[in-house]
Each structure stands twice: as structure tokens, then as C-alpha cells.
Design a binder for this molecule. Structure first.
Ligand code: G3H
Ligand code: 13P
Ligand code: ZN
Length: 329
């Protein structure tokens, strides 16, 4: 099976009312863990790489690792997605590498930090839609701003999505999926107290927009992972995430794509710290990268079940990018 267009994965999810996790990757073990989880639960999956991840892996390494995932798992629909593209150039680069889906984050300027205005966002997103659809590639855009700067993506100030503006944005750009800001943020420190998502905003957006919605900053930062990180020498006091119940509620209210990076980082770090602390004689990378991979697999299996993705891999036959080209024409 070849790559599946992300639009198809999300449209199918919407039809049946489940969510699909989009998991960030930087290396082989992360990709293998995600695919092992998708295989174990028979889930469609989105694997996504940030610009930083592509740079870290020297671009072609990550591309071939992702393609290996597709080749090894022909029964699993897999979309290969660029996370937080910052310009038409970064999108062109991803499409040249063979990605089946791209995000253009025009809520921020090209530096990925400075808030942009509506006109800028429309202009850059529309240029990406016009370019990408010629290749059958799905486009995700963003309106409103997340918080969280520690991972290098975000302005640090939250600006909730204006539902009316979101409706206009979809009309002005013709994009396939829309990321909205309802109070989540990137990273492991999302809330000072209890989580507090703006479900009223989500409800209004859903009433005005008929394309799949995306929630960034959707890691749950599970307490057991933080405890394990801290037990073995980590220092992450006060880390918090979005409770699974909130994510499940957002899925019932129309969110189809759920972005997860931080929880994967935590699963890997907890396992590696544990090996280093309990087996200090070990020095073969497989002795800690193997457990890290297993730890990540378990976390993602849990999410695939909780998001309702499990069991849906065989529901449909994947469309090709050629099919999508015809569709967009
Ligand atoms: O949204 C951001 C993701 O967590 C990717 O982070 O740019 O550090 O790879 P990164
Ligand atoms: P988390 O930091 O909550 O995992 O969010 C990741 C994300 O939104 C990637 O685009
Ligand atoms: Zn994000």
C-alpha cells in the first residue's frame, strides 16, 4: 500500500466519529513504535515531522524511515505529514520528499514566533493550497494561536480562535483541515491549575465549518510518566496536559486530528532514564532505545484505543494522490 491522503483518513474518521492521532517523529525507534501500535490496534495513523525533525535527520533519513513504515505495514492507512510548515518553500520541500500532507501555520510569521494578521494567514495558506492540491496533497492550516514556546513553536501567548473568522478563513483558502486554538498549548506545562478548554468556541466553530478540525498541543502528560521521569533523576515539577476525557469530548464535538509529541518524548525519556538509573553497567544503545521504543508503543496503543481509532484500519481502501489530484481539479 502507498501513502494515504490525510484528507481521506480524516474524512473517514469524521464519518464514524473517532479521532486519529498525529504522532511526531524524529528517528527510527519512534516510527517503529507508532507502527507497532497501529498494527496491534489496527488503526489508521498520521506520522508527522516538524521542520526541526527533518533538519535533525538530514531530511532524506526521515523520509526513508517513514516510507519503510508504509512498506512494512501495507494494511495500515498511513499519512506522512509536515507539521508546522512556515512558508511555501518548506511545503515545497516536504512535497518533494514525498509527503502526502502538509500543514502551513500562517497564524505565525515565517519565524514561527511572531503572531501574524488575518490577511497574511490567508495569503500564505491560499498559496500553499493552490500548490499542494496540484499534487493531490492535503493541506492543514491554523487560525488562532496556541501558547507554549519551550519546543520552539508558538508565540507564547494564547489567542483563542474566533469562530466567525474561522468560517471566513475556510472560504478564503479552500484548505482541507483546520487547527483551532481552544486553550491548549505545546509542551509539558499546559495549565497552571485544572485544564480549561473553550468548548463553547469549538461548538461555534463546528456549527460554521464543515471540514475536519485539528487540536494541537493535545498531549495528556500522564502523571505516571512524569512520576517515572522524576523518580529516575528527571526534574519536571508541575507538568500538566489535556485530560483524556477532554480529548474524547472534543472528538465528539468534531475534532478529528489530535497532535501528540510531548507524550511520546516523555515515554522515551522515562524508559531511558530508568535503564540508566537501574542498569548503569549498560552501554549498548539497544539496551535503552529498545525499552524506549516499547514504552512509546504502549502509550500510543492506549491513545489509539482512547481516541476510538482502534479497529478502523480495514474500513476503507486507500485513495492515491492521483485520485486526489482529480478530486481537487
Ligand atoms: O508542534 C511542535 C512539535 O512538538 C514539534 O516540535 O519543532 O521541537 O520538533 P519540534
Ligand atoms: P504536544 O506538545 O501537546 O504533544 O503537541 C504537539 C503538537 O501540537 C505538534 O504539532
Ligand atoms: Zn503543533
Amino acid at each position: 500500500m502507498s501513502l494515504t491522503p490525510m484528507k481521506q483518513i480524516l474524512d473517514e474518521a469524521r464519518k464514524k466519529g473517532y479521532g486519529v492521532g498525529a504522532y511526531n517523529v524524529n528517528n527510527m525507534e519512534q516510527i517503529q513504535a507508532i507502527m507497532a501500535a497501529a498494527k496491534a490496534t489496527q488503526s489508521p495513523v498520521i506520522i508527522q515531522a516538524s521542520r526541526g525533525a527533518l533538519k535533525y535527520s538530514n531530511f532524506t533519513y526521515l523520509k526513508h524511515l517513514m516510507l519503510a513504515a508504509v512498506e512494512e505495514n501495507p494494511e495500515i492507512p498511513v499519512a506522512m505529514h509536515l507539521d508546522h510548515g512556515n512558508s511555501l518553500d518548506s511545503v515545497k520541500q516536504a512535497i518533494d520528499l514525498g509527503f502526502s500532507s502538509v500543514m502551513i501555520d500562517g497564524s505565525l510569521m515565517e519565524d514561527g514566533k511572531t503572531p501574524s494578521d488575518y490577511d497574511y494567514n490567508v495569503k500564505v495558506t491560499r498559496s500553499v493550497v493552490e500548490y499542494s492540491h496540484k499534487f493531490g496533497v492535503t493541506v492543514e492550516g491554523e487560525i488562532g494561536r496556541l501558547g507554549g514556546i519551550e519546543d520552539g513553536v508558538g508565540s507564547g501567548s494564547i489567542h483563542l480562535t474566533d469562530p466567525e473568522q474561522a468560517g471566513q478563513f475556510v472560504k478564503d483558502t479552500g484548505l482541507d483541515a483546520l487547527a483551532i486554538a481552544i486553550g491548549t498549548s505545546h509542551g509539558a506545562y499546559k495549565f497552571k491549575g485544572a485544564s480549561n478548554l473553550a468548548f463553547d468556541v469549538l461548538k461555534k466553530v463546528r456549527e460554521l465549518i464543515d471540514i475536519p478540525l485539528v487540536l494541537h498541543g493535545a498531549s495528556s502528560v500522564p502523571k505516571e510518566l512524569i512520576d517515572r521521569v522524576n523518580k529516575y533523576g528527571g526534574k519536571m515539577p508541575g507538568a500538566t496536559g489535556v485530560p483524556m476525557a477532554d480529548l474524547q469530548k472534543s472528538i465528539t464535538m468534531g475534532v478529528s486530528k489530535i497532535n501528540v509529541d510531548t507524550d511520546g518524548r516523555l515515554a522515551v525519556t522515562a524508559a531511558i532514564r530508568e535503564v540508566f538509573a537501574t542498569k548503569p553497567e549498560k552501554f549498548d544503545p539497544r539496551d535503552y532505545l529498545g525499552p524506549a521504543r516499547d514504552s512509546l508503543t504502549q502509550i500510543i496503543i492506549g491513545k489509539m484505543k482512547d481516541f476510538g481509532t482502534a479497529g478502523h484500519a480495514g474500513d476503507y481502501k486507500s485513495m492515491s494522490l492521483e485520485d486526489m489530484k482529480k478530486y481537487y481539479k
